[in-house]
Ligand binder design. Structure first.
Ligand SMILES: CC(C)(COP(=O)(O)OP(=O)(O)OC[C@H]1O[C@@H](n2cnc3c(N)ncnc32)[C@H](O)[C@@H]1OP(=O)(O)O)[C@@H](O)C(=O)NCCC(=O)NCCS
Length: 391
């Protein structure tokens, strides 16, 4: 018998919370649900999709409406989260039914792109594709290490070569302060300019709650005293690192100040390394590399995206079908949906995809379209940095 799925009702929110609390081994997810219910106006009953037995919810998926960055700009999308099924009803198709319902609901509402972090073996069956790689740039902050000394700063360090062609503005005193609600408009503006442009970045407004880590003992948003840059950080004593989840600076000299201030922050906390989890073209990652940071690339696994409406994700005149992608009526690439998702979101460029056995240029004048595909789908750095609220 077909499993009945639908939106939750508000009077079922406690029941949904119960499913989440029982399905997950820790209370973190139930606490996240409580926090979303308390703060997030986007969490309406309609976006909580449930699978039912005898009209009672037994599995749920939350498709939290958000604007998400795609190649052509922001598109309506959703963060897919809190995927859960009653423990005694698992492996009977209820979780899958709730997920399929969530994706159909997103498609029907024009929510074209969904993002999630989850089990890489479970979600691909629904069309989710790992597209969110991670880069880890590690910079030592020890006393013997070369600080990033901006040109013109007093006390030049002989071991660091400043980048001569960059502006040599005078460097004001560097101070990082804990961000308060008052800083939110500045943080949101810096985020939009620096982190927001990466594909899969979720638009983040000026709602103060989004910028407050729930576990403030472990995670902090720090802001430069002149509000020209910020970083969202967590210390990790075991690894002796200060992890920088997110950082933004208004200009190059601010980026230098921010990196120096973060090094000092790590040093003052008795930690050995600064760990930037930022895309490799992010100004802080680039500055860190210039100061001999090491960098590790990890291919996408848990960070996934699903496209529910291809018409919103492709440049004009492109269309996806079962065989690949067309430009108008002309077939320009043979590829499966997984590879097309990677292409659409910039995780892989067309030249890399053509190295896989599943992708090919069409017979005949296929090569003629390669230049166009390269121009229209340049490789990018998909990157979704969860808002401090999620921590
Ligand atoms: C994940 C979950 C929602 C799936 O719901 P479900 O109703 O059990 O799933 P379905 O019956 O629709 O699908 C069963 C399939 O999912 C797979 N599956 C279930 N949980 C999985 C997991 N954690 N990782 C990988 N695969 C999983 C099963 O192996 C089975 O695969 P098969 O069809 O190839 O045999 C449910 O197992 C659950 O609540 N887990 C605990 C909470 C959780 O981990 N949520 C996901 C967080 S990312």
């Amino acid at each position: 018998m077909a499993i009945v799925t639908r939106a939750a009702r508000r009077d079922e929110f406690d029941a949904v919370r119960g499913i989440i609390a029982r399905a997950f081994p820790t209370h973190d997810e139930a606490r996240l649900w409580d926090a979303l219910v308390a703060h997030d106006p986007a969490l309406t009953p309609e976006c909580v999709r449930v699978a039912t037995i005898d009209t009672h919810p037994v599995a749920c998926v939350v498709a939290l409406p958000r604007e998400i960055r795609a190649r052509g700009g922001l598109v309506p999308g959703a963060i897919v989260t809190l995927v859960a099924c009653e423990p005694d009803r698992q492996r009977q198709g209820y979780g899958s039914a709730a997920m399929r319902d969530a994706l159909a609901w997103m498609a029907a509402r024009g929510r074209a792109l969904g993002v999630l972090y989850g089990h890489p073996t479970y979600y691909p069956r629904f069309g989710f594709v790992p597209v969110l790689p991670s880069w880890q740039t590690d910079l030592s902050v020890g006393p013997d290490d070369a600080p990033i000394t901006p040109p013109g700063a007093s006390g030049q360090d002989s071991t660091f070569q400043p980048i001569r062609e960059l502006p040599t503005a005078p460097v004001p005193a560097i101070a990082l302060l804990p961000a308060t609600d008052e800083h939110t408009p500045d943080l949101a503006r810096l985020y939009a300019a620096t982190i927001g442009p990466y594909p899969c970045a979720v638009a983040r407004g000026t709602d103060a709650w989004l910028w407050r880590p729930r576990d403030a003992d472990q995670h902090q948003v720090l802001v430069l005293a002149d509000r020209a840059g910020y970083a969202f950080v967590s210390p990790d004593a075991e690894e002796s690192t200060l992890t920088v989840h997110e950082a933004a600076a208004g200009d190059t000299s601010t980026a230098r100040r921010l990196l120096t201030a973060l090094q000092r922050e790590g040093h003052d906390r008795g930690l050995a390394h600064l760990r930037l989890t930022l895309p490799p073209d992010h100004i802080l990652a680039r500055l860190a590399r210039l100061a001999s940071a090491s960098q590790i690339y990890r291919p996408a696994t848990a960070g996934m995206a699903v496209i529910t409406r291809w018409d919103r994700l492709l440049p004009p005149r492109y269309q996806v079908d079962d065989e690949g992608i067309r430009f108008g009526w002309i077939r320009v690439l043979r590829a499966n949906r997984r590879h097309l998702t990677e292409l659409a979101l910039g995780y892989h460029g067309v030249d890399d995809l053509l190295l896989t056995p599943e992708c090919a240029l069409p017979d005949g004048d296929g090569a003629a379209h390669l230049t166009q595909l390269r121009d229209d789908f340049p490789p990018l750095f998909p990157h979704w940095s969860l808002a401090p609220f999620w921590f």
